[in-house]
Every structure is written in structure tokens, then in C-alpha cells.
Design a protein around this ligand. Sequence first.
Ligand code: GAP
Length: 441
Amino acid sequence: MADQTLMEKIVSLAKRRGFVFPGSEIYGGLAGTYDYGPMGVLLKENIERLWLAQFRDSRDDMYGVDATILMNPKIWEASGHVAGFSDPLVECEKCKRRFRADHLDDPKTCPECGGKLGEAKQFNMMFKTHAGAAEDESATVYLRPETAGGIFMNYKNVVDSAHPKLPFGIAQIGKAFRNEIAPRDFIFRLRELSQMEVEYFVKPAEWEAAFEMWRSVMHAYADVIGLPKDSVHELEVPDEDRAHYSKRTIDFEFDYPFGRKELWGLAYRTDFDLKAHQTGSGVSLEYLDEETKEKFVPHVIEPSLGVDRTVLAILSSAYREDTLGGETRTYLALAPKIAPVKAMVSPLLKNKPELVAKAREVREALRKVHPAIAWDDNGNIGKRYRRQDEIGTPFCITIDFDTLGEKPELKDTVTLRHRDTGEQERLSVEDVTARLREALG
Ligand code: GAP
């Protein structure tokens, strides 16, 4: 399958089956924005829930915050984003189109019309707006370009309210905004994105151990959400490419259909941010070690994961086409934990009330294991299976006359169909429930 075709197929399936829609679509869209549909919302929630479980809730050293998107602009001055959060922009002297200079093969020639490109200028990627009725510079506020800013703003609040001992971390999931010069590759490079970030505060001498610890947590998370090990690669980011706040960064790259690109990042932000905010605000952000009575500004390790890039990595690694029963089909080989719908229950015929009643009973039993159990009684059974295959539902359960006791030895058994192989087995409802529980771990 040619890579471009694969990408087109993923975009098409995402729209057809309600994962991802272009933003503002009926008005012609808005570049760099996408909306999540019914299946996308469930997939995204699974990604976020598993992240929360792994990065925050299974640990005793983690705290949550939910900070605002609009913050005092001094934050972004202190953090260096006002001065330095920019990409090189070039404009074609002929057609006036604008490009990101570092994405061009030939930085002097317009890739659209062949015209001459002007000198590169730094273009700040923060979205600006105004807070309140005034629209002058004094009212300028920015949409946060990273959720990290809201975590640093609450470092002191968490210390003062929860009294954590170092090392400890603060986790947050939320929106971030970047006025990307060239949003592209579907949900890979967006102007409005979601991040799952941790700022982990450590004693300066302990940063390396914490860095290694989070590095392995990130690999474990990639495993939990079903990303193939051989598609995730580490890149030690060289000095000249690292963000201004980082002394060491490892990019977790993924083999997307359009090439190997950054999926997530792990950075050693030193004491850069807390020191900058201490200077900028005049408020001490030192930590008092109760045992040694030593006061110091903690250092920070930051695992930063983009939700949208994770969705795309999951969709592109799960996309499959094969032939089953003489028919070609498309399916998503999603890990059961990540699949939006865990199982679909179906009566063989929808106009037989006794089949429908039994199927509803089975569905309710399965819903005690997980709420995301679909119901489908539309069209023939083959069509129902195809629909579920395309959204990655691992199991389909069919209730037929044997379930009702037409063959007494099969009474209260159902057909369990497996998505990836199409294989079917006859099992009791209790066994199906146990299988589902086991698959969801
Ligand atoms: N707080 C650190 C930070 O924001 P980053 O490498 O700029 O670092 C972190 O972004 C992650 O956010 C990336 O690894 C990626 O997953 C995601 N991300 C960044 N820019 C993005 C964009 N324009 N569209 C979608 N996801 C993006």
C-alpha cells in the first residue's frame, strides 16, 4: 500500500466512521483544526484515562491540576515564549504564499509557483487575543502554547496545599494552541491541540534517575495503548535543536504513514522555568527540605505527550485490509483497552421479540464489565460485523434461536466472533463475560 494512499484511507475511515471530522466543515473548514466525533471521543477518552492511570493515579507522588488557558501574559514573557517561541517564515515575492523555511527542500524557491522566496523572519506561534473591553497592547493575552505553563503556575499552590515531599509531580491534560505556519498531515500538526503533560520536580542531583524512570514509563504507556514496539523510536535531540529551556531532550518518534516524526517528548527543563517565574513574579518558588532545612529551586523532568498525535499513531498502526470469506474488508486492530467500543451485541433477527429480549439481557450483563457495549440490529449480520470491524470493536456477540434453546444443548450459549480473524466460537454468556473482562485487563 503506497503511504499516501494509506494516509488518505485513514482520513476517510476517520470521517466515515465518526472518529475525526474537519473543523467548521460546512463553512469550508479552518486550517489546523479538527473535531472528534462519537468514536473519536471514546478513543481519546481511553487514551487520556490510560495516561491518567499510568502517569498519575497509580502513583503516590503525583497530583493533578486543571489550569486556565488564558493566563497573565507575564508568564509567557518569563518563560521565554514571547521572545523565542517562533518558527522561520518565508514569503514568496511572486505569489505571496508563506512557508515554514525549515520545511522546504529549497529555501530560495517557492514550491508552489517557482518564484523567489524572501528572507526568513521569525514568526511567533502564540495566538493573541484581548482580555476585557480594551483592545490595546495592555490587554493582550495569549492562548497557552503548552499546558506546562499552568502547571508551573500551580507549583507553589500544590506545595502549600498538599505538602508533597520531593520528588513529586503535577499532571494535567488540556488544550494548547499554536499558530503553526503550515498545519498539515491531518491531526499531526494542528493549531489547536491537546497535551498530556507532567512536570516532575526533583532535587538537582536526582534528575538523571527521574529522567530514566519517566523514559521507561513512556515506553510502558506506548505498550499499554497498543503501539507496536518497532514503530516507536527514540531520538536524542542535539543541542542546536532543543527548546530553549531544555538541557536534554529525547523525542519519541513514530513511523507515521508520511515518515518517522515526533510523537512525544521527554525533556530535562532544569530549574529554568521555576527560576524564571521566581524572577518574573518576585515570589519565592524555593522548596524547603524539612529534613536538611535546605532551600532550593527544584529541577524538572517533563514527559509531554500530544493526544492528537497519539490518536493518529494508534489509527495508522491499527489500520488493516484483508480478505475474509471471499470479501475484502477494512478493520482496525485496536487493543481492547483502547477500542472505542468493546463489544457489539446483536439479535440474529430484529423482528423476533424473544431474540431481541435475550440479546438485551446479554448486553446488560456485559455492560457490567464495561459500558461501551454497542447494540446493532440493522441489516444482515455480515454488514453489522463490517461496521464494527471498521471501528475496531474486538468482539461481536450474536444471539440466535439456539441461545433460546432450539437445540437444548446450546441453550444460553451465544456466538462470539473475533474481529481480527473472523473466527467464531459458541460460548456461554458467563464465558463471554469472563473473556471480555480478561481482554480489558
Ligand atoms: N511542554 C513541552 C512541549 O510543549 P513540544 O515538543 O513543543 O513540547 C509536546 O510539544 C508534544 O505536543 C509533542 O511531542 C506533540 O505530541 C504535541 N504537539 C506539539 N505541537 C503540536 C501540533 N502543532 N499539533 C499536534 N500536536 C502537537
